[in-house]
Design a protein around this ligand. Structure first.
Ligand code: WQD
Length: 337
């Protein structure tokens, strides 16, 4: 079976992808610098699948370390998750984001080229669409970014597209995630944000567990169903399964494909909050605040291309996403240890 290198494989989405890869019969190698995750995730992957992936504690900026991984293993494809991902932090520290997410990724691509590994699935983001002219969003929409984090995603898309244009033997899948939430149904893997969460569902989880007092709802004057922001939330297991379909496609085809990974359904902040109340069996307090700078009103995916090209469609609904998020939160009050 093929061997897949997963960069960022101890992280939230990466660890779920490792589980699905192993369960699909792939050999998995994980590379991570543990900046935003813990090696304990490998033990959780083993608890779920019975297999502990081979692990390299390596930073994308360590060129020799990257070359070592490719020299020591016969890698068929790479899934590239590793990167800093906090929008607000990227605005405050742009150079940190460009050095890690761009320079680091170029190091990875150079190591791949040198080793003759020409198949990659890249973790991109719907944030490249900026404020869309309409919804649902399809892959042919204009792209424009509004923060350094989003710009690093778009720049990686462009770099990989140029590499593939120069060498038609490359296969590049650019997966544009919408809003990943939830956790593995076992409760063994899930999202463990650093500090106070910026994102909606991890924040709600902290309110439900009593660690935070109430949810601040960033604006209720948007042109949406109830005035609060609408997003396309996708279960992290659905997202991980999308990577299995993508890597299978990448192993069989050459060229570049940009693909949305979303559910095609939009939910408002208050709709998610109420779904979470059902999941945790508690009323969750919230306060309506001013809009958060940079937020858009509504964003959800046209999922036709993923269905047609990859034969993939998200299966879980918002209730299962909140159920699994709450189950993970209850079982891991101190995160993954
Ligand atoms: C969702 C909605 C907020 C927190 C970001 C990145 C994107 C991707 C996902 C990486 C919005 C509202 C949130 C809170 C709230 N990350 N909200 N109170 O901004 O859609 O996307 O995370 O790829 O690239 O941009 O996600 O979860 O921050 O916000 O009211 O405490 O919840 O206003 O409407 P977002 P989010």
């Amino acid at each position: 079976m093929s061997t897949i290198l997963v960069t960022g494989g101890t992280g939230y989405i990466g660890s779920h992808a490792c589980v699905e890869l192993i369960e699909s019969g792939y050999d998995v190698i994980v590379m991570d610098n543990l900046y935003n995750s813990t090696e304990a995730s490998l033990g959780r992957i083993e608890q779920i699948t019975g297999i502990r992936p081979k692990f390299y504690k390596t930073d994308l900026l360590d060129e020799e370390g990257l070359k070592k991984i490719f020299a020591e293993n016969s890698i068929d494809a790479v899934i590239h998750f590793a990167g800093y991902k906090a929008v607000g932090e990227s605005v405050a520290k742009p150079l940190l984001y460009y050095e890690n997410n761009i320079k680091g990724s170029i190091n990875l691509y150079a190591a791949m080229k040198e080793a003759g590994v020409k198949r990659i699935v890249f973790s991109s983001s719907a944030t490249v669409y900026g404020d869309p002219v309409r919804v649902p969003i399809s892959e042919d929409f204009d792209v424009h970014t509004t923060n350094p984090y989003g710009t690093t995603k778009l720049m990686n898309e462009m770099i990989l597209s140029d590499i593939a244009a120069a060498d038609p033997e490359w296969s590049v899948l650019l997966l544009r995630y919408f809003n990943p939430i939830g956790a593995h149904p076992s409760g063994l893997l899930g999202e463990v944000p650093n500090g106070v969460p910026n994102n909606l569902v991890p924040y709600i989880a902290r309110v439900a567990s009593g660690q935070l007092e109430y949810l601040r709802v960033w604006g209720n004057d948007y042109p949406t169903v109830d005035g609060t922001g609408v997003r396309d939330y996708i279960h992290v297991v659905d997202l991980a399964k999308g990577h299995i379909s993508a890597v299978a496609y990448a192993l069989e085809h050459n060229g570049v494909e940009k693909i949305n990974l979303g559910t095609g359904n939009g939910y408002s902040v208050l709709q998610v909050l109420h779904a979470y109340e059902k999941a945790c069996g508690k009323e969750l307090p919230y306060k309506i605040m001013e809009r958060r700078p940079g937020d858009i009103a509504s964003c959800y995916a046209d999922t036709a291309k993923a269905e047609k090209l990859l034969g993939w469609k998200a299966q879980y609904g918002i209730d299962e996403m909140c159920r699994d998020s709450w189950n993970f939160t209850l079982k891991n009050p101190n995160g993954i240890e």
